[in-house]
Write a protein that binds this ligand. Structure first.
Ligand SMILES: [Zn+2]
Length: 288
């Protein structure tokens, strides 16, 4: 069956060729400014929050410049992040490596607190300091975490082999961000064997640190021009869509496909080409 699957290429909802997602850490007050930009351009994404650090007044000084890193209170979270995914970043922002059972507390208690505040099922994580190993991943699995973001840039538009090692495309301070954005928007989809994904990450205090809010607005404005061919989604929406697509069941001769999931799945059924976009409705068998 795997051979048959390879003849078809999954595409994003509505038959789109590309998806774009963002991931920002630490739940700091400058997130509100980024969210207003994301809403202006119709961009979606995920914010990774420490439930043990709500409502703190903080700042730090780097290169002679002091930057505010204060966080939102628990009461402010639902309104500030309305329409965006909230995921775990650990209760106290500790590295999960070499802290034994405390790692379970860091994740499970963060999930519980964030789920209570948001009324959502929280299943994502961003590794504090980007630190993880196989043991960390096992703890995340046991705590019901489905994906976790690293801090290792790929500079490509591939999906992760392992969603618990989800490497982003780039950080917004990298000079190549706009060039990668252009490649992503202009590359012919035939050249990509998988549905393309651009994954951007960072911390919003960095825009104050480097006084460069203009770079993110220019980038989002550029990407938004291509909205007809880009699915703007949160991290968990990307994860759930790909997981659902992997559950498709094909007939023995490959001419029919059953979608056993509750998700509408789209794929390009033109072998070695593009253009035959097929919509697979939940619970239905579709003849190709
Ligand atoms: Zn962090």
């Amino acid at each position: 069956m795997e051979e048959i699957r390879k003849l078809y290429k999954i595409v994003w909802p509505e038959g789109k060729d590309r998806a774009f997602t963002m991931s920002y850490d630490d739940g700091i007050r400058q997130d509100a400014r980024l969210i207003s930009l994301m809403n202006k351009y119709g961009i979606k994404g995920t914010f990774n929050i420490n439930s043990g650090k709500f409502g703190l007044e903080n700042n730090f000084t780097l290169f002679g410049k002091t930057v505010d890193t204060s966080t939102f209170s628990a009461e402010e979270i639902p309104e500030v992040y309305k329409g965006f995914e909230i995921s775990t970043h650990g209760v106290t922002h500790s590295s999960l490596m070499n802290i034994g059972a405390l790692a379970v507390t860091e994740i499970a208690e963060d999930r519980k607190a964030l789920e209570k505040i948001t009324g959502t099922i929280v299943q994502g994580h961003a590794y504090p300091y980007g630190r993880y190993d196989e043991g960390t991943k096992n703890i995340l699995r046991a705590c019901g975490i489905r994906y976790a973001r690293t801090i290792t840039s790929t500079h490509n538009f591939e999906l992760p082999d392992d969603f618990l090692e989800w490497n982003p495309t780039c950080h917004h301070t990298e000079e190549c961000m706009m060039e990668l954005g252009k490649q992503f928007c202009e590359r012919h989809p035939m050249l990509a064997k998988n549905p393309m994904l651009f994954y951007l990450w960072g911390h919003t205090y960095e825009f104050d640190q480097f006084d460069n809010w203009n770079i993110i607005e220019e980038f989002l404005a550029y990407i938004a021009q291509y909205k007809d061919s880009i699915w703007f989604a949160s991290n968990i929406e990307i994860y759930r869509y790909i997981q659902a697509s992997r559950q498709l069941e094909f007939s023995a001769d490959g001419t029919a496909v059953y979608n056993p999931t509750s998700t509408e799945i789209w794929f390009d059924a033109a072998v070695f080409g593009t253009g035959k976009i097929v919509r697979l409705r939940p619970g239905e068998t579709t003849v190709l």
